[in-house]
Design a protein around this ligand. Structure first.
Ligand SMILES: C[S@@+](CC[C@H](N)C(=O)[O-])C[C@H]1O[C@@H](n2cnc3c(N)ncnc32)[C@H](O)[C@@H]1O
Length: 216
């Protein structure tokens, strides 16, 4: 699976992908990540990516030209689904993550400032995604969230594929359960007896009964 990420802070993404299972997945060639500096697609000597909003208002808006240049350049190499991160958009869920993991190529666009010129959204973006009802400084963290959650769905990225299947949200109404490890008795804090029973049916029932889920 291929990811192309467009940002004015490529170092943020490059630092992130240098660590953990994502970096291992790249090494194993299970995923391929290309990070593009939006400023490389400007045509003026100041490499300007933003300007004042028409109609007035606070802050700056990201200019259309660099995005048109960048996305067309990337698409010429390989077609892909273009996702822009926007605070107000549809929230990312595990269902969406699974859906995205079936794509060959995700082109992830990170906004900054007050956001991106609407013409980019109208002409180039297939979908806008939010990672939560709050406002970040930029889309880079959201791109990292998509990168991790989608990579996790790709067979081989997580060492034991079974662990993915028991994760929260993998199936409808499946949530995490309390986990314990050694020691059995930590300064008087004991673990539930059933987990020592070796009875897999009882353990599965106990875990199901004790699933954790926030009140919704
Ligand atoms: C400061 S925010 C812009 C907020 C925008 N003026 C608004 O009212 O929605 C700058 C950029 O950060 C990204 N961003 C901020 N919050 C986000 C969220 N919750 N999910 C995904 N991306 C987000 C978007 O790419 C956005 O264009």
């Amino acid at each position: 699976m291929n990811f192309s990420i467009v940002s004015i802070f490529p170092e943020m993404i490059n630092n992130f992908i240098a660590l953990g299972l994502v970096s291992k997945a790249v090494e194993k060639k299970l995923i391929n990540i290309k990070v593009y500096d939006l400023r490389d697609f400007t045509t003026d000597k100041h490499r300007k990516v933003d300007d004042k909003p028409f109609g007035g208002g606070a802050g700056m808006v990201m200019k259309p030209e660099p995005f048109f240049n960048a996305i067309n350049y990337i698409k010429k190499k390989m077609r892909g689904r273009v996702i822009l991160f926007s605070a107000y958009a549809e929230l990312l869920t595990q269902k969406k993550v699974k859906e995205l993991s079936n794509e060959d190529h995700l082109i992830l666009i990170c906004g900054r400032y007050e956001g991106v010129d609407q013409r980019v959204i109208d002409e180039l973006v297939d979908e806008e995604i939010s990672i939560g009802d709050y406002v970040l400084m930029g889309g880079e963290v959201a791109a990292e969230v998509v990168l991790e959650s989608v990579s996790r769905m790709i067979y081989g990225v997580v060492g034991n594929p079974e662990s993915v299947k028991t994760d929260s949200f993998f199936y409808d109404n499946q949530f995490g359960f309390p986990q314990y490890t050694q020691p059995r008795d930590y300064k008087g804090l004991k673990i539930p007896e059933v987990l020592l029973s070796g009875n897999h049916k009882n353990i599965a029932e106990w875990r199901k009964k004790n699933q954790k889920r926030r009140k919704i």
